[in-house]
Ligand binder design. Structure first.
Ligand code: ARG
Length: 592
């Protein structure tokens, strides 16, 4: 498609229609085409594009301008009609052109790309740019809570969106693997630890030890105090590089990480780098604190701690270094960001962290900014709300493993109820697990990030309503149509130009095609808003449109040309649904 200067490059069929509409606006309104192009909105039901004339801020009455547009309108191959409603004009795309262009493009960008990967919906807006995305970041020896789960799911989505839009992406898991809690764990391990348990189930065992030692630490008087003193001492040894202390800590870290990697693999989520607070160098922290000192940003508090005052920006004040010279969470974040910039020279860096830490992130972004680092402005905090009903009382925490196991098991029971179908699924346990993962993820991404939600097993695992299992089912059903058609000797020819798309005249078919056409826009929007819910909502709409069409767009038993046209529509729908599910980090299922 021809590029118009000053406008996002054309990437999809819908853009071509947008351009066609823009050209019908520009002349009568006397405005440049790029201005017209940007003033076009996707329409609601009947109209395909709507234009609100007041947006162009022309002198004179908007209604009269709208009339001028309609009077000057000439239908063509792309745009069929223009209808005025007061200051609005609605344009209809010509259905046969729309269907042909959209299905052709999906086919090309799914099966015939140089990269051999499906690229429908992708664009190159991030080409040549580097982004670091940090997410998940659980704390070793502490609970993997809902906040970590959300960060994992949303972070994976953001990584996929950036990859789909041409960014060079590096993902980092910034483990909470440093700090006094390791002193606690070490002291606790001496009292309650078991080598055996560490090897088989490090995460739960260390957490168990951590809870027990914390209880001891809460005891009145000397007994409790001794625990904390010993823990502090152990952590100090870690920071000083004491070999035995570091060795013990590293074992805790390695065994836990191994378990985490299994859960990530199960969730279809990967990291380029497993970093963590421990990987931030002492030198980088020292340098940062010194630099701030010479810049006059640091004050010494009454207790001898070094702090930075940020009241001017309503961010309170924050301690950078304790009296004994040990670092804090924020010290590590400041120095860690500097190290990352020196290493990656990113164009932006995203932290996916719960909104409880809004203040912490704002503080360390501000400190970096005060240090005069120009890239500090490229740091972004993607936050999200809380989940109720998943965290539990002290010591009986629901771990990530528990959640994933339970989701898989409940799905498996559900599937067993339908014996006939169950017999057809090749690997029922794995399939059940996958549907379970989908349920957890879709529940998490279904609403705006910032909203809180309540973890609800029965709602998220249901096949009815807007759930993960429902989306997977819609995909599997499309696959089954394709399989059954193939059994009846019906397959899409390599040369798709022979498929008679003009036979797709039903309103249901047009509705599906219009949604398929919108997918590239959905991806663009996701890059701007960082909201997975936009994609989830879109996939629900698409799935509803598809299930609403089963009765009117029957494939089998029709005349061959009609059957083929309908089949092709469903194959394209399956391709787009699958691409969208993958964008959300789900693995689309072919049978269930
Ligand atoms: N490990 C931290 C926690 O569980 C989250 C880390 C967030 N990232 C960061 N750079 N501070 O609270």
């Amino acid at each position: 498609y021809p590029a118009i200067p000053g406008v996002e490059p054309q990437i999809c069929a819908l853009d071509a229609f947008r351009l066609a509409v823009a050209s019908k606006l520009a002349a009568p309104l006397g405005i440049p085409i790029e201005k017209a192009y940007e003033g076009i909105d996707i329409g609601k039901k009947e109209a395909d594009f709507t234009v609100a004339i007041p947006r162009f801020r022309l002198s004179g009455k908007p209604d009269e301008w709208a009339k001028k547009v309609v009077d000057a309108f000439q239908p063509d191959d792309m745009v069929e009609s223009a209808v005025q409603d007061k200051a609005f004009v609605s344009f209809m795309m010509r259905t046969p052109t729309l269907v042909r262009k959209v299905l052709d493009q999906i086919n090309d960008l799914t099966y015939h790309t140089p990269s051999k990967k499906a690229e429908y919906g992708c664009n190159h807006s991030g080409k040549g740019k580097k982004v670091i995305i940090e997410y998940s970041s659980p704390n070793i020896a502490k609970e993997f809570h809902a906040g970590h789960l959300r960060s994992t799911i949303i972070g994976a989505f953001l990584s996929n969106v950036h990859r789909a839009t041409g960014w060079d992406v590096t993902t980092i898991n910034y483990l909470g693997d440093w700090g006094k809690q390791f002193g606690m764990v070490a002291v606790g391990f001496d009292r309650y630890g078991s080598e055996e348990a560490l090897k088989t189930d490090a995460i739960h065992h260390l957490y168990d030890v951590y809870v027990k030692i914390n209880r001891d630490g809460e005891k009145e008087g000397e007994e409790g105090k001794a625990v904390h003193d010993a823990a502090r001492e152990f952590f100090k040894r870690m920071e000083d590089g004491d070999e035995a202390a570091v060795k013990q800590w590293k074992r805790f870290r390695d065994f836990s990480l191994e378990r985490y990697k299994q859960s990530y693999e199960r969730l279809n989520i990967e990291f380029d780098v497993y970093g963590g607070e421990s990987t931030v160098s002492q030198k980088a922290m020292q340098d940062a604190v010194e630099k701030m000192q010479t810049m006059g940003l640091v004050e010494t508090g009454e207790d001898g701690a070094k702090l930075v005052k940020l009241d001017k920006w309503k961010l309170g004040s924050t301690i950078l270094q304790k009296k004994d010279g040990t670092s804090l969470y924020i010290t590590r974040d400041i120095a860690g960001a500097i190290e990352r910039y020196d290493k990656y020279h990113f164009d932006k860096m995203i932290y996916v962290v719960a909104s409880q830490q809004d203040l912490h992130l704002a503080q360390f972004f501000k400190v970096l900014d005060l240090m005069g680092l120009p890239w500090a402005k490229t740091l972004e905090h993607v936050n999200f709300g809380m989940v109720a009903g998943m965290s539990s009382r002290k010591g009986t925490a629901v771990s990530l493993d528990h959640i994933l196991n339970e989701a898989g098991e409940v799905m498996h029971e559900q599937m067993r109820k339908n014996e006939a179908k169950y017999a057809n699924v090749e690997n029922p346990e794995k399939t059940a697990d996958e549907i379970g993962m989908s349920a957890v993820k879709i529940q998490d991404m279904a609403a705006k990030r910032i909203n809180n939600y309540t973890f609800n097993w029965s709602r998220m695992l249901s096949f009815e309503g807007d759930t993960g299992p429902y989306l997977q089912y819609a995909h599997a059903r499309l696959c089954s149509v394709q399989r059954r058609a193939a059994d009846a000797g019906l397959t899409i020819p390599t040369d798709v130009s022979t498929v008679k798309t003009e036979l797709l005249v039903e309103a249901g078919a047009r509705a599906i095609v219009a949604l398929l056409a919108a997918y590239p826009d959905v991806v663009r929007t996701a890059l701007k808003t960082y909201e997975p819910s936009g994609v989830v909502t879109y996939l629900f709409k698409l799935s509803h449109a598809i299930s609403g069409a089963w009765e009117t767009l029957v494939v089998l038993g029709q005349e061959k040309e009609l059957a083929l046209a309908r089949l092709w529509l469903f194959v394209c729908a399956r391709d787009v649904l699958g691409t969208g599910l993958r964008l959300l980090s789900l693995r689309p299922l072919e049978k269930m």
